[in-house]
Each structure stands twice: as structure tokens, then as C-alpha cells.
Design a protein around this ligand. Structure first.
Ligand code: SF4
Length: 411
């Protein structure tokens, strides 16, 4: 195994990097301080000037050219100043600052083996679960650093639970629906395997699987094919959007454009025409203009969204967005009114498509949910029962339905 410690900036960085080189050598690595093909890279960054920060960021791309599958640890002043510029980049396993460089070596472990993220996933005792719906944690933390969000600072970097542990817990559950949860399950990794492979490992369960909130980047043909091959995954995608305006998305540090989000939705519908794509939208983000807001309104219909959770922007001290001038309360209130009306219209359009159709629903104490997350109410349905139901009419937050037959053990 070869390790490269690449250093930008001052003498202090150089000395610290020399320590990394000796520590890596002691752990059995062949080491170098020159950028070249390697298995592991430690990038010791500099922020003395804007140019130095830029070079630090560009070093990631240079590393990827040498080894696209490289594992990368980023430390130093540029990482301290703008951790979000490095976190979430493929291959980056740890971003630490200028003050916690010991953490770099801790991350490598005593044996010199780069600790897999799941090794630091905090296992907790299995929670008490109902026979209807159970929640299984598969991931924690987040590397995305959306500019309005404190979660990455509070929960730390992403780490995944070992697939074996997820499967073991899921196999022991009596529930007929298992929801895979985490802060950012899109980033789920177990070695080379991601969320798609995890779904394939859960395909034998006598339960349907529902996914928690997803990011646009996961929507690829490869992932959707795995999801289809699994056969027991609910056709509901909570695909976080936040804004339909490219200008606002950029300020939010969301790493996709409106066009990319729309492409992801179109691809989902290609594989799962009945899918419910649900989302979150923030209204009144700092600098959001009327034009930006109209882009958020129009994408709802354009993307064919089934349900929208809209929230007025709430300033979180300590985030980058908190440094931007906030929208006024009256602007937020007025836009929220229009957004809620658009969200209601989207839900009506989606539900109308299924009136008269037969779907599978799992019932809870009051009402149930179809696999594409339509709330249904039916006479005679018992809690924990799975039924084929025909949707008859709109009712409350969903539809009135009639039971066609009970489904015993199949999904
Ligand atoms: S909004 Fe979600 S994806 Fe973005 S930083 Fe917060 S937890 Fe991560």
C-alpha cells in the first residue's frame, strides 16, 4: 500500500506532514510527498491566500486523476476555513482542520488500515418496534454542508453501519414495513458497496422496504435497476430539492442544478411510472428573489412531484447562510401561502391519477399507506394487515378505499 502526503503552504505544514510520513511508514506504508499514484492521500492544505485555498481545492482533482478510487484525508487551514469545499467529495473520508491534526492519525488506526466509515458508526441497542412499521438506522452524519444547515457540525461526518448489522437487525424484525433511516442515506457505503447493494441484501425479507430522504445524486440507472431487482422497495422517493432556482441552489451549496433534479425525476418515472416523488422546499432563503421563488413554484408541476413539505427559511447561527441578509418575515409569509397552495395542487394531481386503481396498502391504527405513500382509509382493515385496495374517492389527507383481498405473507 502506498501513501502520499501532499503539502501546501508553510513550514509548519511541512513539519507536520513529515510526522504523517513517518507515522505512515511505521504502519507499513510505502510513502511519498510527491503527487503520484497511491492508495491513500493526506492533503495538508493552506489558506494563507485565496490562491493557496484554490490550489488546495484543486489538489483533490489532481489526486483523482492519479487514482479515481483513492481514499483521501484532508487537513490544514483551507479545510478549517471551508470544510464544505472538501467534504462530500468522492473518496474523502475525513476532513479535519488545522487544530486537530492528531485526528488524521487516529483515523488511520493503529494498524495503519484506513478506518472504514462504518467502524465509527455508533451502534445502539435495537429500539422497540411495532409489528407494522419499523425503523432501522443505517447511517449517521453528513458531509454535504448545505449552507443553511448545522447538522454536519453537530453530528459530524458521514459514517455507515455495516451491511451485516443492518441485515441482522432487519431479519429479526416482525414488521411488514422497514424504513431505512439516516441523516444522508445517499452516502451509505459498506466498503465498495452503496445503498443499491444494501437493498439487494434485504430483498429476501418478508417486509417491504421504504427509503428515507435521498439526494439527487443517487438517481442513476444502476441504482434504479438494483432497486427494481430487489423487488420489495416502496416506490417512494423523498428527493430533497430545497429550491428550483439554480442561483439559490448554488448559495445553498446544493450540488445539483434544476435541470439535473428534473432529469433525476424523469429517470425515476422511466423505471417506476407510479412512483411518488416527494420533496422539501425552503421558502424565503436569503437573497431569494421573486424570480427564484417562481422557479421553486414551477418545478413542482414540471417534476411531477406528489407531495411538497414547504418550510420558511430559518436562520441558523454558525452557518454560512446566516451571513447573508435574511428575507423579511412578510415576504416569507406571503410566499409560503403561494407555496402551500402549489403543494396542495400537486397532491391533488397525484392522487387523482390513482382513483379507481388497485394498490397494496399496509394499515396502521388509523388508515394505512400504499407503497407509493398514498394515505388510505378502508372499513374492515386491521392494524398490521396488508391489503389490496381499490381507491374510491378523496378523503382527508388521502383516499377512501375498499378492500379487495388481504395479502398474507407476500409483499
Ligand atoms: S440539509 Fe441534509 S444534506 Fe444538507 S447538510 Fe444538512 S443534513 Fe446534510
Amino acid at each position: 500500500m502506498k501513501a502520499c502526503v501532499f503539502t501546501l503552504g508553510c513550514k509548519v505544514n511541512e513539519v507536520e506532514s513529515a510526522s504523517f510520513l513517518s507515522a505512515l511508514e511505521a504502519r507499513g506504508y510505502e510513502v511519498t510527498d510527491t503527487l503520484c499514484p497511491a492508495d491513500l492521500y493526506i492533503l495538508n492544505t493552506c489558506a494563507v491566500t485565496a490562491e493557496a485555498e484554490k490550489k488546495s481545492r484543486q489538489a483533490i482533482a489532481r489526486i483523482k486523476k492519479y487514482n479515481p478510487r483513492a481514499r483521501i484525508v484532508v487537513c490544514g487551514c483551507a479545510a478549517q476555513n471551508h470544510p464544505e469545499a472538501f467534504s462530500g467529495k468522492e473518496g474523502v473520508g475525513l476532513v479535519t482542520g488545522a487544530m486537530h491534526k492528531r485526528g488524521v492519525l487516529d483515523h488511520l488506526g493503529e494498524t495503519g488500515v484506513f478506518l472504514e466509515e462504518e467502524a465509527s458508526f455508533c451502534e445502539l441497542p435495537a429500539p422497540k418496534q411495532t409489528k407494522t412499521r419499523a425503523f432501522v438506522r443505517i447511517q449517521d452524519g453528513c458531509n454535504r454542508f448545505c449552507s443553511y444547515c448545522l447538522i454536519p457540525y453537530l453530528r459530524g461526518r458521514t459514517r455507515s453501519r455495516a451491511a451485516d448489522a443492518v441485515v441482522r437487525e432487519a431479519e429479526g424484525l416482525p414488521a411488514r414495513e422497514i424504513v431505512l433511516t439516516g441523516i444522508d442515506i445517499t452516502s451509505y457505503r459498506d466498503g465498495e458497496n452503496g445503498l443499491g447493494e444494501l437493498l439487494l441484501r434485504l430483498k429476501h425479507l418478508p417486509a417491504r422496504i421504504r427509503l428515507g430522504s435521498l439526494e439527487e445524486g443517487i438517481v442513476t440507472r444502476e441504482f434504479l435497476e438494483k432497486m427494481r431487482a430487489a423487488g420489495n422497495v416502496c416506490e417512494q422517493f423523498h428527493l430533497s430539492l430545497q429550491s428550483g432556482s439554480d442561483a439559490v441552489l448554488k448559495k445553498m451549496n446544493r450540488r445539483y442544478t434544476r435541470a439535473q433534479y428534473l432529469e433525476a425525476c424523469a429517470l425515476i418515472y422511466e423505471y417506476f411510472p407510479d412512483a411518488a416523488i416527494t420533496t422539501d422546499i425552503i421558502v424565503g432563503f436569503p437573497t431569494e428573489t421573486e424570480e427564484d421563488f417562481l422557479a421553486s413554484l414551477s418545478i413542482i408541476e414540471e417534476a411531477g412531484l406528489a407531495r411538497v413539505h414547504a418550510f420558511p427559511y430559518s436562520r441558523r447561527e454558525g452557518t454560512n447562510a446566516a451571513k447573508l441578509p435574511d428575507s423579511s418575515a412578510s415576504v416569507k409569509k406571503e410566499r409560503m401561502g403561494r407555496m402551500l397552495a402549489a403543494a396542495q395542487a400537486a397532491e391533488e394531481r397525484y392522487l387523482a391519477r390513482f382513483l379507481g386503481r388497485t394498490l397494496t396498502a399496509l394499515f396502521e391504527e388509523e388508515g394505512g399507506y400504499t407503497q407509493n405513500y398514498i394515505r388510505v382509509y378502508a372499513d374492515g382493515a386491521r392494524e398490521g394487515g396488508m391489503y389490496e385496495v381499490r381507491l374510491l374517492s378523496r378523503e382527508k389527507d388521502g383516499c377512501r378505499a375498499e378492500i379487495i383481498r388481504e395479502i398474507q405473507e407476500e409483499i
